[in-house]
Design a protein around this ligand. Structure first.
Ligand code: HAM
Length: 420
């Protein structure tokens, strides 16, 4: 017997309806904001991610699922989709053919993590990227879009946390300043942060270790690392959110774990997820990424939600499938008639199933019940001779004889009542 790979999940019938529901809502919501759907491959050249997410990041250092063809060709199962979408943007000349591009996506991502609640090795993103505008209006739109999605998913109790990392120069200057101020505090930092001091000093700011956290709090107090342009951009974003009455908290310690971010970064946090990985989703600007990949200088911003985490926080919604009609043949002669009846009803868009095993009427009715059928059709020798079917409404138990020619019209009335 084989078991699932640790950190992966089977999404079974009964659960997959929740997933389909999220995807349906996403489709509608993204469409309202004029974002179009994009699908990129699940495998990419590994260098795409090491180049863009940052050689020193945890994902690239420890979490990539690599597939080696030979020393030259190393592929990776994508750990995220932003880099892939920028690659696709450049490779397909979308800047020339479509200009400002707004896209959304949903699909599996892969990171070699230690599995725990809300942390998987194969997980799923629903996300969006707006590529080709530096306007703070787009930052506001993208945060509004993410928040609207959560509202439509019926998820409440989340907090939006925002920050600005500034431009590349601001980041560099801030990192330098942090190194100076941390020089004589290295002994008090956790092991991980000591390593971060050289590799990626900004990440010390969002360390969850209590001692590092206290030091970080001290480091950011009253510190302003933004140049006038980045400061004006951030102020416009905050004003825009205020005008739409979108509540948010500013946290100078929000730095994100991927290297490509510039200016606005944000996270949607939810207490239901615990304190270690409390982000439902996150995103930010990456104004240098397209150019880093060999494309033209193109500012961009996006976000992604973790679907498994969304489902942990969603109020259990009752998702009603469309009502089911179950057809039972009584006797050999009726088997063929039921086959044709089921075929015909399905052709008219009615959700329909047949009793294929030769069962007693009692056994077949039990099966109809287990399947949650709202209507049962019974065909035996009498019905065949009379050109009728016996129709049983499972909710009321009422039974009636309906002629074959009136059957579809009668079913449509009953099924629309059952749907309500
Ligand atoms: P990220 O913060 O790495 O950002 O991932 C976004 C979300 O994916 C997280 O907030 C979390 O909900 C979920 N997530 C991440 N890792 C796991 C995991 N191992 N198991 C379950 N859920 C997980 C990005 O990936 C960026 N590409 C987001 C973005 C888009 N930035 C700009 N555009």
């Amino acid at each position: 017997m084989f078991n699932r790979v640790p950190g992966t999940k089977d999404i079974l019938p009964g659960q997959s309806e929740q997933w389909q529901n999220l995807e349906r809502i996403s489709d509608k919501t993204f469409s309202c904001f004029n974002y179009r759907h994009i699908r990129t491959p699940i495998i990419e050249h590994a260098a795409l991610f090491s180049r863009t997410l940052g050689e020193a990041t945890e994902i690239v250092q420890k979490q990539m699922f690599l597939i080696k063809k030979d020393d030259e060709d190393v592929y990776a199962l994508r750990p995220e989709a932003t880099a892939s979408i920028c690659r696709a943007f450049i490779e397909n000349n979308l800047d020339k053919t479509q200009g400002f591009v707004k896209v959304w996506y949903a699909g599996p991502m892969f990171r070699m993590e230690r599995p725990q609640k809300g942390r998987l090795r194969q997980f799923h993103h629903i996300g969006a990227e707006a590529i080709g505008s530096a306007s703070p209006e787009v930052d506001v739109e993208i945060i509004d879009l993410a928040r609207t999605l959560l509202d439509n998913f019926k998820i409440s109790g989340f907090t939006i946390v925002i920050n600005s990392l500034g431009c590349g120069q601001d980041r560099k200057a801030f990192s330098q300043k942090l190194r100076e101020r941390l020089k004589d505090k290295l002994g008090s930092l956790c092991e991980e942060c000591v390593a971060r001091y050289e590799r990626n000093v900004l990440r010390i700011l969002d360390c969850k270790n209590e001692r590092c956290s206290a030091i970080a709090e001290d480091l950011v107090r009253g510190h302003d690392h933004l140049c006038p342009d980045c400061s004006a951009h951030f102020n416009s974003v905050k004003r825009g959110l205020d005008s739409l009455a979108i509540p948010y908290q500013v946290s100078p310690r929000l730095v994100r774990g991927l290297d490509y971010y510039t200016r606005t970064v944000f996270e949607f946090k939810h207490s239901e997820l615990g304190s270690q990985q409390d982000a439902l989703g996150a995103g930010g600007r990456y104004d240098g990424l397209v150019q880093e990949l060999g494309g033209p200088q193109t500012p961009a911003i996006g976000f992604a939600f973790g679907v498994e985490r969304l489902l942990l926080c969603q109020e259990a919604a009752e998702i009603k499938p469309s009502p089911l009609v179950f057809c039972i043949p009584l006797g050999d002669a009726a088997v063929e008639a039921v086959r044709e009846l089921v075929h015909g009803l399905r052709g008219q868009g009615i959700r329909c199933d047949g009793s294929y095993e030769s069962r007693s009427l009692k056994g077949a009715m039990r099966r109809a019940n287990d399947l949650g059928a709202s209507t049962v059709l019974i065909l035996g020798d009498n019905e065949l001779a009379a050109g009728t079917v016996t129709l049983k409404d499972m909710a009321s138990g009422a039974q009636e004889n309906v002629s074959r020619k009136d059957l579809t019209a009668r079913l449509k009335v009953l099924l629309s009542e059952a749907q309500q």
